[in-house]
Design a protein around this ligand. Structure first.
Ligand SMILES: [Zn+2]
Length: 321
């Protein structure tokens, strides 16, 4: 059956039931006093009459706590709170984002869901927050290989491209690590590509047992010695070496593969991404990569993983740049 034909994608009561089952496996949790499974459903409650809805609208998913006597819905304390968008539309939006390989723009979300562009913008950024992993265990924990590379996206704010400039000094910079054994990626927005900037990040995110694989870029020279990793090897892209002939495990093709999707998405879908938001877009691409089909996660399960982390991820900023 198509995920899109699931009742929770269309029916508001079914959407509430779906989210409640996901977030409250032990029964309803009162967000006011924290008591579990001591609330009862309030049915037949309607919103105030308006010109558009003279009878008011039915309030779905309303509960009342027996302990503190307060009312709540499953939206409270999640990214769904204080949003007027119907919950079933949120679920459609989550599905679209987790299943679109290159991402989906706020403009497209606005057109597909029939909500305003501004609503679509807020909604996509809130879903991106859910896609941010918490603190992952350091990469390369079992002495496995970790590929490290960097890429350039868009334009670094306040920097104009110098005449005859080479490389990406005028662009925003993203550092990505890929653990070849767990098949996970982690991307970090950085201000520059100096050793002084990168080394503390690598020390924090990568286990000392790991074997690091990079290209010949100068910032990685002497990496094993300077950061106490168990080893470091590199391919020389400048000399057209992409895989070491005598040691075929020496390459950075996994992280290059990650970048091919990330860069295409940032170019084709998210053309005008401000630096203050870039880390969220990077997290979105990390999320889909880490929970991809090749790692045994299908679209429905990927949506469920995002849905389970809607709690405690509200955004407060107002800008729409
Ligand atoms: Zn309560």
């Amino acid at each position: 059956m198509s995920v899109l034909s699931a009742p929770y994608m269309h029916d508001e009561a079914a959407a509430f039931a779906h989210v409640e089952a996901m977030l409250w496996p032990q029964g309803p949790v009162c967000p006011h006093c924290g008591v579990v499974d001591r609330a009862y459903r309030l049915t037949g409650v309607r919103t105030k009459a308006t010109v558009k809805n003279p009878e008011g609208k039915e309030r779905h998913g309303l509960w009342k706590c027996r302990e503190c006597r307060k009312q709540f819905t499953v939206r409270k304390g999640t990214i769904f709170e204080e949003s007027h968008i119907d919950l079933h539309l949120w679920l459609q939006a989550i599905h679209l984002m987790v299943s679109s390989k290159k991402g989906i723009s706020s403009h497209q979300m606005h057109r597909v869901l029939g909500i305003t562009y501004k609503s679509a913008w807020f909604l996509t950024h809130r879903i991106r927050e859910c896609m941010r992993d918490g603190e992952l265990a350091p990469f390369g924990g079992n002495g496995g290989p970790v590929e490290v590379d960097e890429t350039f996206i868009g334009k670094e704010p306040g920097v104009t491209k110098a005449k005859n400039a080479r490389g990406g000094s005028h662009k925003m910079k993203v550092l990505t690590l890929v653990d070849r054994e767990t098949k996970r990626a982690r991307s970090i927005v950085v201000d520059d590509l100096t050793k002084a900037t990168l080394l503390p990040i690598l020390r924090e995110k990568i286990s000392r047992e790991a074997f690091i694989l990079t290209d010949e870029a100068p910032q990685y020279k002497g990496l094993a010695a300077s950061a106490d990793f168990s080893g470091h090897d590199w391919v020389n892209h400048g000399k057209d070496e992409y895989v070491r002939r005598e040691a075929p495990e020496v390459h950075t093709n996994t992280v290059e593969g990650f970048y091919s999707i990330f860069k295409r998405g940032m170019k084709d879908v998210y053309q005008h991404c401000g630096k203050q938001h870039l880390h969220r877009y990077a997290a979105e691409f990390d999320f889909r990569y880490n929970h991809r089909i090749g790692n045994g996660v299908d679209d429905a399960e990927r949506g469920a993983i995002a849905l389970r982390s809607v709690t405690g991820k509200r955004l407060t900023y107002q800008t729409t740049n």
